[in-house]
Design a protein around this ligand. Structure first.
Ligand code: ZN
Ligand code: FE
Length: 252
């Protein structure tokens, strides 16, 4: 499974997946037609389009790509009225094959009501859209803090070596926030050096891994006593800690 990162708009990532054996080409969250088209050209086909959620910066390429390549569009059934051109309606926890690749649908509401992530079990790769970012998480637009917290917990429990491909390049702003409230985290300081180098090279800071995120992403560290202390809510529950962190981040 080859994953090509396609930078789109100002800070979005679309991803092209190529599975060689069956020569199946798919795109996750095509933000815009032209940027995706530049990469698809090499393969001369696009079999599938997978959408994590309905926001325009994740679906705007759907219809033009479908028209040009006759691709099938896969997205969460609940969002059938909001995903342009949807063909195949997915359900929570269902597994589905694209060529020889199999993924599981992980329902991750919070950012939007019908957000999903695509987890390729055998390859240990997840596409998280706007749920989990490198060192951050999505804003809560349609769901509740509880929903987002639970969605992140589902992702947390995947194998630690799982590679994470998210919907945006927000990593620099995210580490600045993490550092503000998790200053003594040595993993985070190390991760910052790695990210700074990537950004200097004008390379994506993606993918990250579940293991890295568990150690460095403050939104996955709501059970950590020093994080609680640093945001001034000693002894608070993990979900309250998450709420407070999300509020702080919203105005960061
Ligand atoms: Zn979004
Ligand atoms: Fe987005």
């Amino acid at each position: 499974m080859i994953v090509e990162v396609i930078p789109c708009l100002s800070d979005n990532y679309s991803y092209l997946i190529h599975e060689k054996e069956s020569n199946t080409v798919s795109i996750i969250d095509p933000s815009e037609f032209y940027a995706c088209e530049e990469i698809i050209k090499k393969y001369k086909k696009l079999d599938f389009i997978l959408n994590t959620h309905h926001h325009s910066d994740h679906v705007d390429g759907n219809l033009m790509l479908k028209k040009k390549y006759g691709s099938k569009i896969l997205a969460f059934g609940m969002e059938k009225d909001r995903i342009p051109g949807i063909d195949i309606l997915l359900e929570e926890n269902q597994t589905h094959k694209i060529g020889n690749l199999e993924f599981r649908v992980i329902f991750t509401p919070g950012h939007t009501k019908g957000h999903i992530a695509f987890f390729f079990m055998k390859e240990k790769i997840i596409f998280t859209g706007d749920t989990l970012f490198s060192l951050g998480c999505g804003r809560i637009f349609e769901g509740t803090h509880e929903e987002m917290f639970n969605s992140l917990n589902k992702i947390k429990n995947l194998p630690p070596e799982t590679k994470v491909y998210c919907g945006h390049e927000y990593t620099k702003n995210n580490y600045e926030f993490c550092l503000e409230y998790d200053k003594d985290n040595t993993f985070l300081k190390k991760k910052k050096l790695f990210i700074d180098q990537k950004l200097r090279d004008k390379s994506p800071t993606i993918p990250t891994t579940i293991d890295d995120e568990l150690k460095t992403n403050i939104f996955l560290r709501c059970d950590n006593e020093s994080v609680k202390k640093n945001i001034g809510i000693n002894n608070a529950s993990d979900i309250l800690t998450f709420k407070k962190l999300r509020d702080l981040k919203d105005s960061f």
